[in-house]
Design a protein around this ligand. Structure first.
Ligand code: NAD
Length: 310
């Protein structure tokens, strides 16, 4: 199957793709000739209606990763084009980044580095005092693959009490996992020391966290978002951080990506940013690349894809 790979993928995954498929890569001249594509692998490349319309032979859009907000799903569905993703491939990488960001923010590791680079006259400066995660409360917004792993890992490591806000999950699922389901996002925000967001970007989750929600959080709480940038109102977060309304925030995702070096959040001492690095591990990159290829092979053989988005 003629497969266009629009964004760079891991070299071993690319080798795997070449063994299984007729591949056109992002460096080939042919990549601009959309009309030849029967399958595509995309990471951030936008599969808009206009792009899809230039691909009359397209049978499958294989997302390398989880979030499919760069794909016009309704239009692909209306044209009978399969859309798949690799939901299991990066969940450990993203959940580990959440934990790294929680520890970094709570112990001010990035700020410590910046301060010692400027030169210090005494150890343990008071402005670098952090807090422990041990026995604290974690609020998960979204209890899917990533949220659930974050909950289990932080509970196992630090005995954190885990609260969940996810209207699409059941009380009994939360109970089985050892977590507590909250029907009210406001209540979860009021009680959590660490709030971690793992929801898809939808019209319900856009601006889910704005000034009002931030004002409900504890003064010593940390907000972490590895989902999608537009779930948080960045301007409101900037004001909350500047005014010390919360202890800190760590974002891996931004409304506009890649994040500009002039982004106002970068001027806040209590802010940590990473450039959409959640799935950026060797382990996840190989699994996402080979997983996307496997889905195309399945569709090529008229088999059911493992993931069915559309
Ligand atoms: P998932 O589909 O397994 O889980 C998403 C959860 O969000 C589901 O349980 C769903 O019920 C819940 N949800 C949906 N709408 C909600 C709402 N309004 N309020 C509360 N909960 C809601 O997805 P996942 O694998 O856990 O990934 C979560 C998101 O993380 C993805 O959609 C993607 O956007 C993002 N992501 C980011 C990176 C990165 O590199 N930073 C990597 C992978 C995924």
């Amino acid at each position: 199957m003629k497969t266009f790979i629009f964004d760079p993928i891991d070299p071993s995954a690319l080798q795997y793709a070449k063994e299984k498929l007729n591949v056109v890569t992002w460096t080939d001249k042919e990549i601009d000739n959309y009309s030849l594509a029967e399958a595509v692998i995309v990471r951030t490349f936008k599969m808009t209606k206009e792009v899809i319309d230039q691909m009359p032979n397209l049978k499958i859009i294989a997302k390398h990763g989880v979030g499919v907000d760069n794909i016009d799903l309704d239009y692909a569905k209306s044209k009978g084009i399969r859309v798949t993703n690799t939901p299991q491939a990066n969940m450990h990488s993203v959940s580990e980044l959440v934990i790294a960001l929680a520890l970094n923010c709570a112990r001010k590791i990035s700020l410590s580095q910046r301060i010692i680079e400027k030169g210090i006259s005494k150890n343990s400066p008071v402005e670098l005092a952090g807090f422990e995660l041990q026995d604290k409360t974690l609020g998960l917004i979204g209890l899917g693959r990533i949220g659930s792993l974050v909950g289990h890992k932080l509970n196992a490591a630090f005995n954190m009490n885990v609260l969940v806000f996810d209207p699409y999950t059941t009380q009994s699922k939360c109970h089985e996992e050892g977590f507590t389901k909250y029907e009210s996002l406001d209540d979860l925000l009021k009680e959590s020391d660490i709030v971690s967001i793992s929801v898809p970007l939808t019209k319900d989750t856009e601006n889910l966290i704005s000034a009002r929600e931030l004002s409900l959080m504890k003064k010593n709480a940390i907000l972490i978002n590895t989902a999608r940038g537009k779930v948080i109102n960045e301007q409101d977060l900037y004001h909350a951080l500047q005014n010390g309304e919360i202890f800190g925030a760590a974002l891996d995702v931004f409304a506009e990506e890649p994040i500009s070096k002039d982004h106002p959040l970068l001027s806040c001492d209590n802010f940590i940013g990473t450039p959409h690095n959640g799935a950026n591990t060797v382990d996840a990159l190989i699994r996402m690349g080979t997983g996307a290829v496997d889905e195309i092979v399945r569709v090529m053989r008229n088999m059911k894809a493992l993931s069915g988005i559309a």
